[in-house]
Design a protein around this ligand. Structure first.
Ligand code: PHE
Length: 457
């Protein structure tokens, strides 16, 4: 077991926030959020998503920060340390497993950003119609060699950064990248909303049609909230275990949540006006962002340069997330199995490579092999975002409410009384009742149990 005090901590206050934002902001905001919103009816989904962020996301995030900094262990070790000899460490194992599975599909999409960077370099993204962009994407993503090679490159890149140590790699990368990505999003939003027919896209994103809401939309919104905030899987437990004593946990959680949601909404504003303007189907699925954005770049002077910078930054945003996911698994294997960090990292990377290759191929030659009608790629996404993360989130809330003395919770969250937590009681109430009950009800509803009970009476 690695000594508690040997663990490095983040160097600066800004470093803490940026690294955590780096973990939260990624493909989930810019790739998955628009595609989910498009597939689930637009504004109604956005509304449910925001509700999930506030009601469930924020309390769970604060709670994860508490667990991580209080225990100063990896995702699984934290529960072992706080509740020795109990089964609560299952939350940690679930998180470690989720990290592997998420990386299995996330690295494929991250690989796609690399393809787009090289395509932009060879200027092959310019002068095409919306239909051509869409066809090109399908041809690329369903092919055998290129997407697999990009996936492998992305995993290897993540691997080297993770084994080189948390403080150097993560902090340095996040510092300059996030602000630049943010600025670019703003400019692209402006270009998108000034396209002809953009109003339809804005209406789709902001004018809710409540008839679109059903239980699967609610489950999707909850899953997206968990995925985007990186909660329910121990990532933030692992990260906050590196936080310093003075880090204000509640304020950090609030800042990360706001920034993360803002980036997602900006991504929506960047995508939907363009989707409608170029006659793309909002329900296109995982390819939505990749077939929409090249059209927007085409409308800008120096479109290829925009394209290169944007996909480079998106790739880097994905990288800060894959680093954190990899870190969850590596920290676990390293600390719990007494392996060197290097060996643990190599072990983790190998598993991810296997999953990543299969899920990339499931876009093409393995497409016919499905489970419950889902391809391997879709299955990894469904199981992690819609089941494992919210389920863990629910258990995390129950764990803290049941096992942790309220005074200890308050002491940690207020840094021993040195920072105020005005809404502590509200937070505790949400964590104890609202979040676990709401998540539980959504699950029961999705499983059809509530309808079953209703029909019985
Ligand atoms: N939140 C990240 C994103 O939006 C994905 C992620 C999920 C990262 C879970 C870590 C843990 O891209």
């Amino acid at each position: 077991m690695v000594n508690k005090n040997d663990r490095v901590t983040f160097g600066s206050k800004l470093g803490v926030i940026l690294a955590t934002v780096g973990c939260a902001v990624g493909l989930g905001n810019i790739w998955r959020f628009p595609y989910m919103t498009g597939a689930n009816g637009g504004a109604a989904f956005l509304l449910l998503y925001v509700i999930c962020i506030l009601l469930l996301g924020l309390p769970v995030m604060i709670t994860e920060f508490f667990i991580g900094r209080h225990s100063r262990r990896n995702a699984a070790g934290a529960f072992k340390a706080m509740a020795p000899g109990t089964k609560w460490s299952i939350i940690g194992y679930n998180g470690v497993l989720a990290a592997f599975l998420i990386l299995g599909f996330y690295s494929v999409v991250a690989g796609w950003t690399l393809e787009y960077i090289t395509e932009a370099f060879s200027s092959s993204l310019s002068g095409k119609s919306a239909v051509e962009f869409a066809n090109d994407f399908t041809a690329f993503s369903s092919s055998i060699v290129r997407p697999v090679v990009w996936t492998v490159i992305f995993v290897v890149l993540t691997h080297f950064i993770v084994v080189s140590g948390v403080d150097k790699g993560i902090e340095r990368a996040s510092k300059w990248m996030m602000p630049v990505l943010f600025l670019m999003l703003v400019v692209l939003c402006i270009r998108s909303v000034t396209l002809p027919g953009a109003e339809k896209g804005l209406a789709f994103l902001f004018k809710p049609d409540f008839s679109k809401i059903d239980s699967s939309v609610v489950l999707s919104a909850m899953g997206q909230a968990f995925f985007s905030l990186s909660i329910g899987m121990g990532c933030l437990i692992t990260y906050s275990s590196y936080f310093g004593e003075k880090t204000n946990l509640q304020a950090t959680a609030l800042q990360v949540t706001i920034l993360d949601s803002l980036v997602a909404i900006l991504a929506g504003v960047m995508i939907f006006p363009a989707v409608f303007s170029f006659g793309i189907e909002p329900t296109a699925g995982p390819e939505l962002v990749f077939i929409t954005l090249p059209n927007v770049f085409n409308q800008l002077p120096l479109g290829n340069v925009w394209s290169i910078i944007f996909f480079l930054l998106l790739g880097l945003a994905a990288l800060t997330s894959t680093i954190s996911l990899h870190e969850v698994a590596t920290a676990y294997v390293h600390e719990e199995y007494n392996m060197t960090r290097k060996r643990a990292g190599a072990f983790v990377s190998l598993e991810i490579l296997i999953l990543g290759v299969i899920s990339s191929l499931s876009m093409g030659i393995l497409k016919e092999y499905t489970v419950f009608g889902l391809t391997f790629f879709e299955l990894l996404d469904y199981v992690t975002t819609k089941i494992m993360l919210p389920f863990s989130g629910m258990l995390i809330c129950i764990f803290v409410s049941k096992r942790v003395d309220k005074s200890i919770l308050k002491e940690e969250l207020t840094n021993k009384g040195t920072v105020p937590f005005y809404f502590f009681n509200t937070y505790a109430f949400f964590t104890k009742y609202i979040a676990p009950v709401a998540i539980g009800l959504i699950f029961l509803h999705e499983l059809g149990l509530i309808t079953l009970i209703k029909n019985m009476f």
